[in-house]
Design a protein. Structure first.
Lengths: 405, 184
């Protein structure tokens, strides 16, 4: 038979026929990858022979932009890292700056922050876990918990006016205290959520089809997970109880009583179950925080960083000056080099900040958890079926915005 | 594990390897030579008396016009058992950007080093696949370096001098007037 293309020689055709490997381009846009990820898979039939991930499709150069922006204006950038739980990123950034300037934060702010961060963690875990189910073909659970995520977003909306990219909080505390409606919505959520979460859990956790699809899929052992820099639920699923909240408590996490669930084999089932348990623990933390919420101011006394009330700006000279300086980004911070990390919803989110004393950071580097652990993906899916790779990927909770920064 | 004990252990193992050390915001930072970094990190990870079993982060920093110390590569290590963090810094110059890769010690270093290469052009010797990761393959410069300005220098609404800072040297009051005059 004659070759139609002059570029294909006969030998090549025979080679391809012999080794039977075919190349499959999964992504960059693919309905099953939940974001812009490209995986180039070498397939032997339905089995994955080798895989290679590429990233950078939505790189927005946040680190570079940060070198030009005043400290107050970097918070909106952090929204867009892990956008499923932006409040954790926002508050993490605020706390980094507070540590740099040595601010003292009132207890009430710490507790309010804990409430918001744990709500964000619940929202993030709900999406991740329900999407695992969607990828195995079970769409119902997803519709259950999306209603709950909606309730969480309504609470955020009441606190800061935004839902997804929240820009919540300020350096030193919050823009305003929780209002009556926020407290009411929070109370309703805490009351109604456990039952509806139970519905979700009974739908999936002992569901034979679901278990068959995720048990022993995409496993990684503790050694490899540590070597690959895993953090968060993925590391805990492999059996290592590293949690920044417990190890280096920030924002008064030491006041709360919570457990750190761990898994055994680091497979998709363990990751799913660890997240399920973490949702319950987060709910427990929120309940403790709401019940023991201290009285006091909702922001620290930091006139150089925290905007004064508007009526003071119009009537008092000093407030007007501070207002101008903050808005124009004219506040200098002390020189210093600092690494601060919080437990993000998918791992240790770190901020490595170098300040030369000017109005903007000299260098800012984000330690983005999923950028680091996504490297392990090709090792985890080697020899697995294509449909297992899809489930493994959604169970790793890789968020495109954070991966590409 | 405390600061003194760790420094003693390192000094006993590698005589004179620590060029300087400091502590800022509770994080111990040691500086060493580029040639020592591989052996130091390998020992820190594998020796049971120190046991830094977790690589938190690698990134680079540029200090413009500092000669031999223009580029710094910063390693963050973490001993998870005793919860002790350590920062290691090495410095290189612009014409000697080669640094040993530590991918053989930590698999996690693979993408971190690629990212550092991508943005600063640090060349990690021994890296299995040192190519760009977040930027375009066709890009012919390393964009996080300080010589590449972020925003258009001709914008007048962001003139730094109006706020008492240096910068945007191109436009001055004098040549603005001059320009206005030239345009009639």
């Amino acid at each position: 038979m004659d070759n139609i293309s002059k570029h294909i020689t006969e030998n090549e055709v025979i080679d391809n026929f012999d080794n039977k490997l075919s190349t499959l381009n999964l992504g960059p846009t693919h309905p099953a990858t939940h974001g812009i990820f490209q995986n180039i898979l070498k397939m032997d039939g339905e089995r994955i022979y080798s895989a290679e991930q590429t990233c950078g499709y939505i790189h927005r150069a946040f680190e570079k932009i940060s070198e030009r922006r005043p400290y107050n204006q970097i918070r909106p950038l952090t929204d867009r890292l892990n956008y499923c739980s932006s409040p954790i990123n926002n508050i993490g950034w605020d706390m980094t700056v507070e540590k740099l300037i040595g601010a003292e934060i009132p207890k009430r702010v710490d507790y309010l922050r804990v409430i918001i961060m744990e709500l964000a963690r619940i929202a993030d875990h709900l999406i991740c876990n329900s999407v695992i189910a969607v990828d195995t073909g079970a769409l119902t659970g997803f519709t259950y918990v999306f209603q709950e995520r909606e309730r969480i977003y309504e609470i955020f909306e009441e606190i800061c006016g935004a839902r997804l990219t929240t820009n919540i909080g300020r350096i030193g505390g919050f823009e305003r205290d929780f209002n009556e409606t926020a407290h009411k919505k929070l109370k309703d959520f805490l009351k109604g959520f456990p039952k509806r979460f139970k519905d979700f859990e009974t739908l999936l956790c002992r569901n034979r089809i679901f278990m068959d699809r995720i048990i022993n899929v995409g496993p990684i052992n503790a050694d490899r997970a540590l070597n690959y820099g895993f953090t968060g639920p993925n590391l805990r699923a492999a059996g290592i109880d590293y949690d920044v909240r417990a190890m280096n408590p920030y924002s008064s996490y030491q006041d709360f009583d919570f457990k750190i669930p761990i898994g055994k084999s680091g497979d998709t089932f363990d990751r799913f179950m660890v997240r399920q348990e973490e949702i319950k623990q987060s709910l427990n933390i929120i309940n403790q925080a709401v019940n023991n919420l201290p009285e006091g101011p909702y922001h620290a006394d930091l006139p150089e960083f925290y905007l004064p009330p508007k009526e003071d700006v119009y009537t008092k000279m000093e407030a007007l000056i501070y207002h101008f300086k903050i808005i124009m980004g004219e506040t200098n911070v002390p020189k210093g080099e600092i690494y601060f990390s919080v437990e993000g919803a998918n791992g240790e989110l770190g901020f490595y900040l170098i300040s030369d004393g000017g109005r903007t950071p000299f260098r800012l580097h984000f330690r983005r958890p999923c950028f680091i652990y996504y490297q392990a993906f090709s090792e985890m899916i080697k020899g697995a079926l294509l449909s297992d790779a899809i489930v493994t990927m959604s169970s790793m909770n890789v968020i495109a915005g954070e991966l590409d920064a | 594990m405390d600061k003194e004990k760790l420094l003693n252990l390192i000094n006993r193992q590698f005589e004179g390897i620590v060029k300087s050390h400091s502590e800022e915001y509770g994080l111990l930072c040691i500086e060493t030579e580029t040639t020592n970094i591989f052996n130091l990190i390998k020992w820190l990870k594998e020796d049971s008396s120190v046991n830094f079993n977790f690589l938190t982060d690698i990134c680079a920093v540029q200090y413009p016009e500092s000669g031999d110390r223009e580029f710094a590569v910063v390693y963050h290590l973490h001993n998870l058992k005793e919860n002790f963090r350590l920062k290691i810094k090495i410095f290189t110059s612009r014409d000697k950007l080669n640094v040993p890769s530590i991918t053989d010690i930590f698999s996690a270093a693979n993408w971190m080093e690629r990212e550092t290469f991508d943005f600063y052009g640090i060349i990690f010797d021994g890296h299995p696949n040192l190519c760009r990761i977040l930027n375009l393959d066709e890009l012919d410069y390393h964009p996080m370096r300080k010589e590449y300005k972020l925003e258009d220098g001709t914008r007048t609404d962001k003139d730094d001098r109006f706020f008492g800072r240096k910068g945007n040297e191109k436009i001055t009051f004098d040549n603005k007037k001059q320009l206005a005059r030239d345009n009639g």
